[in-house]
Design a protein around this ligand. Sequence first.
Ligand code: NDP
Length: 327
Amino acid sequence: MFDAILIEKTEEGQQVGIKRLDEAQLPEGDVTVSVDCSTLNYKDALAITGKGPVVRKFPMVPGIDLAGRVESSRSDQYKEGDAVLLNGWGVGEGHWGGLAQKARLDSRWLIPHPTAFTARQSMAIGTAGYTAMLSVMALERHGVTPDKGEILVTGASGGVGSVAIALLSQLGYAVVASTGRMGEKAYLEALGAREVIDRATLSEPGRPLAKERWAGAIDAVGSHTLVNVCASTRHGGTVTACGLAQGLDFPASVAPFILRGITLAGINSVMRPFDDRVEAWRRLGELLDPDRLETITETIALEAAIPAARELLEGKIRGRVVVDMAS
Ligand code: NDP
């Protein structure tokens, strides 16, 4: 038997709670993992609260990330006792996920757990931090080097934003953080932001082309913010788009693309091939200082993940939340 968050659909609507489940109820998979830690991402919060159409099958155990140890395996790649990590692959959406003490998974979704981190640390990074790394790597691929100028990070106090600031500053970029929580200025500066701006300066409809400022940007917000970021990106710059915290819309003009040759690079963390995942986690191991990671992380027990999901969507959570199965 094991504990899990279970989302069920009833006649009264979606219900969520902690349930004690039997291992026989676990879905198909060639590897069974004893989960040490999971985490709370924006997508998990949407799934738990039912505020977004994340869950594709009921009942569902949410949790798009997990770190744990292999309990049993029919795969040649993993044996009992191996430390493993999972990000994405539809887990917590269409297949039972990591917000549970046990998970049964397809071994192709796993990677060996990065030796640079403990399970708690890799979950402090989670999909949010891994997506921040993928975004930084996309800027690098498009030739945005630290000497090119300032990089804007939107949704700065959130999970993607916090890790993106830490990574970029570690790499020597001049980072400008955009936030709706100016009270978090000291936190953002401690992570490495050189300047903190109010997100209100970016969130309203703007002109198709604005004064050129950013050499590059990492956007987790979408909607008018992403449009304004593109409009103020310098000639030849690159903006990465991974999120929709403000909205799924993109009410933009083609002007920045055709008159300034800017690139908009989409980031999807869910279905990355094995080698990409291993490389992103290798870079995270190289760049992220565990002490800095500690400053952005709060650790909670499984039961606390349900109220925390609501707080995350209300913008009340700063940085990252680890869910420790032993707490
Ligand atoms: P968080 O909730 O931790 O952070 C989101 C941040 O966005 C908030 O902290 C807030 O930052 C800002 N924000 C919230 N509401 C608004 C608003 N109405 N207008 C402008 N800014 C707002 O989420 P994550 O960092 O984990 O994820 C960020 C986004 O990235 C989400 O949309 C998520 O779904 C997406 N994502 C996508 C992935 C992919 O593979 N493409 C993977 C991971 C995440 P502040 O208070 O500083 O303004």
